[in-house]
Design a protein around this ligand. Structure first.
Ligand SMILES: CC(C)(O)[C@@H](O)C(=O)O
Ligand SMILES: [Mg+2]
Length: 615
């Protein structure tokens, strides 16, 4: 039987001082010998996805205590990608994932915690915590803050649903009045929670559910809804059960690595492409698999994306469907249910809450006879429509669920948006190790595309260039030296993609970068080019006017320049003799913290993990 890790600091005469300190934190005689559960809270007032989490750590803590554990709350940082977007603040976003993973490891190992409840939400927090979880491999359950409600407003040209991307696009659209822009600003982010579309945060919280690490409803139940409180309370009980399974019964299927197996990653990826998740999920799944020591690669993602159809379109790929609509259609269990009906799910995978994923689907897929009232009662939870920063502050219900498999938010295989999934991997001379595009957000007429390169050496230059009218229709906007090493930090290009839309260029132009995208980006936006420009990838050799061919059906992207000419350019490059290439003359202050990150980070095809010697 594995010993409680905490025994190292709580047992034996020589631990008198450590026990003295534990006592000073509130522990008493009867507490020593109980599992010590770290409540990993990511509360911060900087981020709407986290502003409502302040008291929720203590809510979970009380439930842990009732269930027989000792709870100790700690905090992680959280970056708001939307606020950090479009300026150098975004350099810190992806690196914050490693800071979060490390901080969880540091706290859990320094104090010998036995288990974790991870209260996550926005883009890097869920993956950072999942990475730590796989590294530590101690009982863990995830409960995220929940999605924001979609905004609604009436503009001069009619009523529409809004989110932060609508606000970005509207603010740069010269045809929009100031009055309209003010309305967008005030309506786009109405409540606490992770931004309302199938953006990165929600994608990751849905994937946590499919991986088996979070409770049913975790990815889709709104932050504001009173029903979400039950997830937090249940997490407090379940973590003590997971401790019993591992520490008392030696049941390794209760551990993160017993849950997040290769098959579980396949399940998660199947969900990802079926729901058209954010391209960032590719980076994060690779990094989480790496920490779990599971050999799940871009090649597996490519294979799965060809086998699984696209069943669910949500903002930014659909103007009317938001996370609240995914929830009303039965959430993640419903999408997994549709995949399972066609034999595309590994039902045997373990979870933190059910015997296996198969049992989870049978009980929670609202289209199954085996699903009970519990499933109906969960998925009927509706948005409240009232501005708030308070968790669980409203209890509105839909009058009925969305069970439409033809035109509803979640479709069946027969009525899929496309036969292949909503994310795909492209290879070619511009991306020998691959790059990523969210086909969910690409119009079909652009699946076979040829354009002329317009090169920018930074995101900032690209944004200004697009706004100044330097980009013509049928251009491929190339933004380089924005990779994990080259940026450093692999910025999200939400402003450039949104500005192409503001300028009416999104249906004739493509964007190609070694940086990455927000989950809010749509259009023919191809990111994660590997190798990146800093690693002397071919993207560094592109010149204005070059032809670039992109084929979604062939999964290819190629620079149509002869090998001889490319060799000439490589030899003539001003930094030809250097090991790492840098953007020429780019004014960017890079802090020591970011330089330390850049020194170790691998390219996007490996999930932008840090490579240390033993790797
Ligand atoms: C700000 C957003 C939309 O959350 C973005 O960061 C994303 O990646 O989805
Ligand atoms: Mg993001």
């Amino acid at each position: 039987m594995p010993d409680l890790r905490s025994k190292t600091t709580t047992f034996g005469r020589r631990m008198a001082a450590a026990r003295a300190l534990w006592r000073a934190t509130g522990m008493q005689d009867g507490d020593f010998g109980k599992p010590i559960v770290a409540i990993v809270n990511s509360f911060t007032e900087f981020v709407p996805g986290h502003v409502h989490l302040k008291d929720l750590g203590q809510l979970v803590a009380r439930e842990v205590e009732k269930a027989g554990g000792v709870a100790k709350e700690m905090n992680t940082i959280a970056v708001d990608d939307g606020i950090a977007m479009g300026h150098d603040g975004m350099l810190y976003s992806l690196p914050s994932r490693e800071v979060i993973a490390d901080s969880v490891e540091y706290m859990a190992n320094a104090h010998c915690a036995d288990a974790l409840v991870c209260i996550s939400n926005c883009d890097k927090i869920t993956p950072g915590m999942l990475m730590a979880t796989m590294r530590l491999n101690i009982p863990t359950i995830f409960v995220s803050g929940g999605p924001m409600e979609a905004g609604k407003t009436i503009l001069s040209d009619g009523e529409l649903k809004t989110d932060l991307v609508t606000a970005i696009v509207g603010a740069a659209d010269d045809n929009r009045s100031d009055d309209d822009v003010a309305k967008l600003e005030r309506s786009s982010c109405p409540t606490c929670g992770s931004c309302s579309g199938m953006f990165t945060a929600n994608s990751m919280n849905c994937l946590a559910e499919a991986l088996g690490m979070a409770l049913p409803g975790n990815g889709s139940l709104l932050a504001t809804h009173s029903k979400r409180e039950a997830l937090f309370k249940e997490a407090g009980h379940k973590i003590v059960e997971l401790c019993e399974r591992w520490y008392k019964h030696d049941d390794a299927s209760a551990l993160p690595r017993g849950i997040a197996t290769f098959d579980a990653f396949e399940n998660a990826m199947a969900l990802d492409v079926a729901m058209g998740g954010s391209t960032n999920t590719v980076l994060h799944l690779l990094a989480i698999a790496h920490e779990a020591e599971v050999d799940f690669t871009m090649a597996d993602m490519d294979r799965i994306s060809r086998e699984i159809p696209h069943l669910c379109k949500v903002a930014p790929s659909h103007p009317d469907y938001y996370m609240e609509d995914v929830h009303r259609a039965g959430g993640i269990a419903r999408i997994l249910g549709a995949l399972d009906r066609e034999g595309k799910i590994h039902r045997h995978c373990s979870t933190v809450h059910s015997k296996d994923i198969g049992e989870f689907i049978d009980k929670w897929d609202i289209l199954r006879d085996t699903a009970g009232n519990e499933a109906h009662d969960l998925y009927i939870a509706a948005p409240g429509g009232v501005r708030t920063t308070q968790a669980f502050s409203q209890s509105r219900m839909y009058t009925e669920l969305d069970t439409d498999t033809v035109d509803g938010c979640v479709r069946d295989f027969e009525h899929a948006y496309s036969e292949q999934g909503g994310l795909c991997v492209l290879f070619g001379n511009l991306a020998e190790q691959g790059c990523i595009v969210k086909t969910a957000g690409v119009i079909e007429s652009m699946y076979e595309y040829e354009g002329t390169a317009k090169v920018f050496e930074s995101q900032d230059d690209a944004m200004h260039g697009i706004l100044r009218g330097e980009v013509q229709p049928h251009s491929v906007v190339v933004i380089r030296y924005e990779g994990p090493k080259g940026g450093p930090g692999m910025q999200e290009m939400l402003y450039p993609t949104a500005y192409l839309k503001s300028k009416g260029l999104d249906k004739t132009c493509a964007l190609f970068t070694d940086g990455r995208f927000s989950g809010g980006s749509a259009g023919l936006s191809i990111g994660h080019a590997s190798p990146e420009a800093a690693e002397k990838g071919l993207i560094a050799l592109v010149e204005d006017g070059d032809k670039i061919e992109i084929s979604i059906s062939k999964r290819s992207i190629n620079l149509m320049v002869s090998d001889e000419e490319l060799e000439r350019r490589r030899a003539a490059h001003p930094q030809a003799d250097k090991a790492v290439w840098k953007a020429e003359g780019r004014p960017r202050a890079v802090s020591k913290a970011l330089k330390a990150y850049a020194a170790h980070v691998a390219n996007a095809s490996l999930g932008a993990i840090r490579v240390v010697d033993e790797d």
